[in-house]
Design a binder for this molecule. Sequence first.
Ligand code: SF4
Ligand SMILES: [Zn+2]
Length: 197
Amino acid sequence: MITRSFSAHRAPVTADRARHWTDNALCRRVRDPEAFFPVGGGATVQQQIDDAKQFCTGCPVRMDCALSAVKNGWAGVWGGLDEMQRRRILRNHPDDHAQGIREEWARRLYDPYFDAYLRRTEQEDGGHVRWTNTSTSITVLGRTYTPAQLALWIALGREAHGTVKAHCGRSGCVAPEHIGDDVVRMNRGRKRAQAAA
Ligand code: SF4
Ligand SMILES: [Zn+2]
């Protein structure tokens, strides 16, 4: 469950409290914390997300912040990362979040895959996402993807193996966390078998 928790950055610094990384948070000086919680989709929101990430690059406690956000499932931009990036870290680096964070930081601020995805999708209730474009294929950096394949790239940062489809029950859903290919389904099956054993 993603929770919105900006209050940590507003914790007062007092003599009887041990110093915490939030004491040095650059965003404590921001008048409008909403800048870190862009809502919705489209180019304007993507620009707000990029601006917030850019702001975080100058923050001395960026790693502590990103680690806390990954661990606690906060919503919004934290540690220079958006929610999609943090979900990718949890999937690809479940045992070494710091490594995943460094890899995400190394990615360019502008992500052509994410940009293509955001421009052609719309958030729906229940965490589902709808493909809004009339075209059912999209070319990014010279390679053509179906909406589901693009969603898988957003989730995992890799090409798909085998059939890509949603496992949430909503027909045509392209929410990255609801999409899986043969590898994802095999891993999910293994986890279920281990849990049942
Ligand atoms: S990394 Fe960004 S969100 Fe985190 S404390 Fe620093 S400025 Fe705030
Ligand atoms: Zn879905």
